[in-house]
Design a protein. Structure first.
Ligand code: BTN
Length: 270
């Protein structure tokens, strides 16, 4: 068990993201705690970490499973200085930061991002997932909570079979256990740099494109009740997934990629 006080050693009052770090041995969801903390001025940039979440959430109403003390589950609450029309880029920027932080600790792994924000291996096994929750009031983006779950030391042979079938961990990739606190330090640094660039008017999309897992592959995207199939044709400037379907090119700003496979070489890209 890591000394709880060790987590706050990566806090740095000189930076925005992770100026303070709050550790919980057990909590419902770190996203909820980070959002609640935003009621106070000190909540902006607070990183909330938990060894165990009893109500960890994933995207699209899923639960996020993670055993106690093995992984990194962290949420950062922010009041971003961002036009609501650019709020979608927060998830893109956070995905780039998460992928880069993971890659810095496992340099030999070819980590990529599966739109919109899953960090995956070359074999499409999920290493990390993000849940970005935003609130707009009177046409202003008033708050954002960036929740990040990274499989760090949860070995595949310990995962339930349904998770092991499509996920892995940094320890499995690198062959050795990793220091979760060191990973948090890197993550907060790169997330802070991405956020600052975004608030200055920059875009993370080019960096996202350079590590996108989907280009040229045949994917199925779930949109509520509907599943759309096509060839992934890149990422738009707003972070949308461009998909070439039988009915032409569509730009998806929401959706869940439910299958990925190599395109048939005879398939003509439209
Ligand atoms: C997904 O891939 O569906 C998103 C998973 C996000 C999980 C993280 S863990 C920290 C934060 N707290 C939550 O309840 N969810 C996010």
């Amino acid at each position: 068990m890591v000394d709880p006080a060790a987590w706050s050693r990566v806090a740095d009052p000189a930076r925005r993201v992770g100026r303070s770090v709050e550790f919980h041995a057990e909590i419902g969801s770190t996203n909820d705690r980070a959002r609640m903390a935003l009621r106070e001025p000190s909540g902006d940039g607070l990183a909330v970490v938990a060894d165990l979440q009893t109500a960890g959430r994933g995207r699209r109403g899923r639960t996020w499973a993670s055993p106690s003390g093995r992984n990194l589950t962290v949420s950062v609450g922010l009041r971003p200085l961002l036009e609501p029309s650019r709020a979608g880029l927060l998830g893109i920027a956070a995905a780039v930061a998460t992928r880069d932080a993971c890659a810095s600790l496992t340099p030999a792994a070819a980590l990529a991002i599966r739109w919109p924000n899953d960090v995956v291996t070359g074999e499409d096994e999920k290493v990390a997932g993000l849940l970005v929750e935003t609130a707009v009031e009177d046409g202003r983006l008033v708050e954002a909570v960036i929740g990040i779950g990274i499989n760090v030391n949860w070995r595949r042979d310990e995962m339930p079979p349904e998770i092991a079938a499509r996920a892995t961990s940094l320890a499995d990739i690198g062959g050795a256990e990793l220091d979760r606190i060191a990973l948090l330090g890197v993550l907060l640094d790169v997330l802070g740099a991405e956020l600052a660039a975004l608030e200055r008017g920059g875009s993370p999309v080019e960096r996202f494109r350079s590590v996108s897992a989907l280009d040229g592959r045949r994917v199925a995207v779930e949109l509520g009740e509907e599943v759309l199939e096509g060839i992934a044709a890149g990422i738009g400037d707003d972070g949308a997934l461009l998909l070439d379907t039988v009915a032409g090119r569509v730009a998806l700003t929401i959706g869940e990629v439910v299958s990925v496979r190599d395109a048939d070489p005879m398939e003509v890209r439209m």
